[in-house]
Design a protein around this ligand. Sequence first.
Ligand SMILES: [Zn+2]
Ligand SMILES: [Zn+2]
Length: 179
Amino acid sequence: MDEVYVFKAAFKYRKGLWRRIEIEGGQTLADFDGIMREAFNHDTWDHLSEFYPEHARGMNGFGEIEPHGGGTGAEVRIADLGLFEGDKLEYVYDFGDNIQHVITLEEIVGPESGVNYPRISAKSKTRKRYCVECKEKGKKTVATWICIECSEEAGEDICLCENCLTSEHDDHDVEEIQY
Ligand SMILES: [Zn+2]
Ligand SMILES: [Zn+2]
């Protein structure tokens, strides 16, 4: 039976937002990339990504991974990375936007029966933010977007729900809020 690697993955510059990911030693960096994209809401159909040993950015990574699992790093097995508990990896999604993540190997455990790996086994609980426009109308709606332009103008975060985003901020520069 395969060993299961338990990783905690977080945004490098927003460490409070993390996901715990479990993946088998025999699975590949392409599998890991797929679950990272799912865990952090990155597009699965666009952009390259790459895993790196800690502090090795700009030096040799483990090879690029294409959106649908091709690329020089795709076939590398997790067990062949030579990781011990406490070791860290870095993961960069989209070399244009350069979205950086830090991944820590928490422990190596035995597989649970009936579980499909890789899987996301836990998520950080981040404070919910609410739509400012709905609030004005007396409604409490969880915000999923932040309008960069209006936030800069207002000097505070203008968080919006999907509906208010499309009605009022259609042509503004916006960013998705992750929880
Ligand atoms: Zn709203
Ligand atoms: Zn706006």
